[in-house]
Design a protein around this ligand. Structure first.
Ligand code: NDP
Ligand code: HSE
Length: 431
């Protein structure tokens, strides 16, 4: 399949934040990459929307084209870093069916329609690699898919979105408003083209679906991931977290539950002494628990053009090596066919803050509502509500219980006549 010249023809689809850095590495590290792949990697073209737009000087303008289909047809390896569903999906399928191997960073597409792509790669006997699609530069796809193939993974817990981690970190340490911090993340190139994909948790949910599928040898689609973003996290939540020795993080969790798996993405309080609490800025970290290996932690830059290009190029070298020497990487492993369970089955803890009437007997009513659901409270504290002497704020953390029991408890408490408002409900993880 390698071109007559002996070179591996590489086509790059997209020349934005990531694509530009992929082109830079391909151009500037050609000799090393050729030695590692076993043949020169020849950049044969770069597909973009607007060929006339200004580009970094590392981009040879003669390679730019708006005809992505023709470019794909003449390549041995196609690197898809344009993002979105279409035309990325159609171009990847065209490449795979035409015998090219594909490297993609597109978690949105993999989370939504991965099985179609995996099947096309399998049928054509070519590679589909996607290390950059989860947690940027961090090698996590290959360790979970290959290094842990002999073990039984029980839980994956991590911070997999750089933008929201950056935003929450800036709100915590810099006192920034959410919008202000998000604008910075966009400028720095971490955020998706539509940043609601980050702040509403869609990006993390897609990554969680990919990780859960790999870790549990099953198929989890993004639609099966319980998702809550960070838009409801307030400055008061952040201040309370700090006061109680926690930080707020957007977490992705995938765990075995009965005969199935529960996959969820939501903001959570993490104790300050937990390693995830010290993951700052756009960095990501993923904990994997496996029966034999125990606890593993993967940490590094989760977003940004240069770090992501590292993961992309790692895949390019691997699939090019397969083109040169024959063979291909592992195919999707989904034999376990575990059902996706709802978030109500997850076992977690809640921190609840209630505004209540400040009079005798209130605490007993709240306590009873909690006990009736079989939930127990680990800590509770009361403070005078800032804005009114008639009310008090009750802050409680529960012991572990199912999400179903905990959310019913909150609902019951909100119905009590002594409860004026439910100020905050956050899960607590990493205890
Ligand atoms: P950008 O928006 O910066 O770049 C997208 C590129 O794709 C642009 O060059 C654009 O062309 C081109 N493009 C878009 N649509 C088309 C089209 N229809 N035809 C031809 N070219 C097209 O995105 P990023 O580089 O940030 O992200 C790319 C992918 O990498 C996404 O899947 C993203 O989720 C993923 N990713 C991004 C990370 C990051 O930190 N940014 C990290 C990990 C993964 P033009 O320049 O002409 O507009
Ligand atoms: N928008 C994504 C993030 C890019 O912030 O993590 C990396 O996948």
């Amino acid at each position: 399949m390698v071109a007559g010249s002996g070179a591996v023809r590489v086509a790059v689809l997209g020349c934005g934040v990531v694509g530009t850095e992929v082109v830079r590495l391909l151009t500037q590290q050609g000799a090393d990459l050729a030695a590692r792949a076993g043949a020169p990697l020849e950049l044969v073209g770069i597909a973009v929307r607007d060929v006339a737009a200004p580009r970094d000087q590392v981009v040879d303008r003669a390679l730019l084209t708006s005809d992505a289909e023709s470019l794909v047809d003449g390549a041995d390896v196609v690197v898809e870093v344009m993002g979105g569903i279409e035309p990325a999906r159609g171009l990847i399928l065209r490449a795979l069916r035409g015998g090219a191997s594909v490297v993609t960073a597109n978690k949105e597409l993999l989370g939504k329609d991965g099985p179609t792509l995996y099947a096309a790669a399998d049928e054509a006997g070519v590679d589909l690699y996607f290390e950059a699609a989860v947690a940027g530069a961090i090698p996590i796809v290959r360790p979970v898919r290959e290094s842990l193939a002999g073990d039984r993974v029980t839980r994956v817990l991590g911070i997999v979105n750089g933008t929201t981690n950056y935003v929450l970190d800036q709100m915590t340490s810099g006192g920034l408003e959410l919008g202000e911090a998000l604008a910075q993340a966009q400028e720095l190139g971490f955020a998706e083209a539509d940043p609601t994909a980050d702040v509403e948790g869609h990006d993390a949910a897609a990554k969680a679906a990919i990780l859960a599928s790999l870790a549990f040898h099953t198929r989890v689609s993004v639609a099966q991931v319980h998702r809550e973003g960070i838009m409801a996290v307030t400055a008061d939540d952040i201040a309370r977290a700090t006061a109680t020795g926690h930080v707020v993080k957007l977490l992705a969790l995938a765990e075995r539950s009965g005969d199935g798996v529960v996959v969820r993405v939501h903001p959570a309080l993490v104790p300050q002494e937990h390693p995830l609490a010290s993951v700052r800025g756009s960095f990501n970290a993923v904990f994997v628990q496996a029966e034999a290996a125990g606890e593993l932690m993967f940490y590094g830059r989760g977003a940004g053009g240069v770090p992501t290009a590292s993961a992309v190029l790692g895949d390019v070298v691997t699939v090019a090596r397969h083109k040169v020497n024959g063979g291909k990487g592992p195919i999707e492993s989904r034999y376990a066919q575990l059902p996706a369970r709802p978030v109500s089955d997850a076992v977690t803890r809640y921190q609840v803050v209630l505004r209540v009437e400040d009079r005798p007997g209130v605490l007993a009513q709240v306590w009873q509502a909690v006990a009736e659901r079989g939930v127990s409270i680990e800590t509770i504290s009361q403070s005078r509500a800032e804005d009114d002497g008639e009310y008090a704020d009750l802050q409680m953390v529960t012991h572990a219980a199912t999400d179903a029991a905990l959310s019913s408890t909150v609902s019951d408490m909100s119905e009590l006549s002594v409860v004026v408002d439910v100020l905050s409900v956050l899960r607590v993880e990493g205890v």
